[in-house]
Design a protein around this ligand. Sequence first.
Ligand code: B1M
Length: 216
Amino acid sequence: RTLEERLANYIIEGSKEGLYKDLDEALVKYPDPLDIINGPLMDGMDEVGKLFNNNELIVAEVLQSAEAMKAAVAHLEPHMEAKEADDRGKGKILLATVKGDVHDIGKNLVEIILSNNGFQVVNLGIKVTSNELIEAIEREDPDYIGLSGLLVKSTQQMVITANDLRERGVAIPILVGGAALTRKFTETKITKQYNGLVLYAKDAMNGLSIANKLAK
Ligand code: B1M
């Protein structure tokens, strides 16, 4: 098996046996650790999604895959390039997975990438209700909000959340992302419920480039 096949396989099998050794090998081969995540590890996760969809994996097995992915990302994180100290201070962003949704690997990747690139990130975790978000906004006074959600119903939850925030007078830019979301849905459905900018990011790097533009 090639290195890439082995890396994908750790995620598919939900196994960590040999994972770190192969990740260290990959760190030599790939100059940017993010390419290991976006390449072989995500290929594995896509396969998990397919198998899960076909009822060939059960939730407990997918959870193991998620554990392997988290372990891999944690192992790679110290190798990701952090920006110089003088590039700090691009602003504060609150990150949350919306109410009803437990998926957090993508959100946590966004956290790593933004905090490595000059943003102060407050990660509110998963299943975050509008009220919890509003409390956090009052407490933290952020410059931006980032919402993540992977389920189809989470896209609708983002519409509700945007509406709740608007009713409370919140108008700071919102960055949204997640597998079930599209730019079209964002621009037609979520934006309508909000008084400020709502920007769709297709992946974590895209999220960074949008956040960088906002910070200018
Ligand atoms: Co779930 N799950 N899951 N799951 N799970 C999906 C999403 C699903 C597509 C699988 C499938 O059926 N093919 C399906 C959703 C169906 C739908 O609504 N369309 C599904 C389902 C059905 C479920 C349950 C309902 C299963 C059940 O209980 N019967 C349940 C839901 C529980 C709940 O939320 N209430 C459930 C549970 C779980 C686990 C707990 C087992 C586990 C999550 C563990 C965890 O996150 N801690 C899990 C997993 C791992 C998946 C899949 C296989 C992988 C998700 C993942 O981590 N991908 C997923 C299938 C798939 O996506 N292929 C699936 C890797 C991650 C890096 O990508 O999060 O998409 P992602 O993030 C991307 C972009 O989306 C974007 O950037 C990242 C890449 O750079 N992005 C942002 C995301 N958030 C962003 C925010 C931004 C910007 C970009 O700015 C703020």
